[in-house]
Design a protein around this ligand. Sequence first.
Ligand code: ADP
Length: 163
Amino acid sequence: MLRAIYPGSFDPVTYGHLDIMERSSKIVDELVVGVLNNNAKMPLFSVEERVKMLKEVTAEFDNILIVPFNGLLVDFAKKMEAELIIRGLRAITDFEYELQMSQTNHKLCPGVETMFLTTSIEYSYLSSTTVKEIAAFGGDTSQFVPEVVRKGLKEKMKVKRSV
Ligand code: ADP
């Protein structure tokens, strides 16, 4: 049985993330989406909100599990008994950071490998940061995120504008 972890902030989840989840869930037996609970990153959505949205948008996939985590990724992988970490690669700008991370993780825990899936062309420009910027200026995010996330963004921006 091959269990993989797809870690990230998912603040919020986009169609780019979903594409990686869908494709990797076909390769492995079980995919654990690890939702990073790191307040130092000052997320727009709390970890509970991110987990809730992720559960909703992945409900149709039987082998995708949403689990929050903090601390070292390799420790989370060990705890979940996962042998594989999945990451998405967009542009060359992602590469340097991802290479360093995967090599460090391999040093820390040689039993865990990192596998990269390259982004589908239609999502190569897409990031959670861009989506939050569009939402902050009142733009339409429906091409980039599922409906539940679009609504969540709208609510957050309403609250932000009123404070
Ligand atoms: P992190 O804070 O760890 O970078 P993100 O939530 O931004 O987390 O991303 C999680 C993973 O999804 C990373 O591997 C990232 O490269 C990948 N990813 C993000 N957006 C896309 C996209 N549009 N297409 C493919 N992969 C993506």
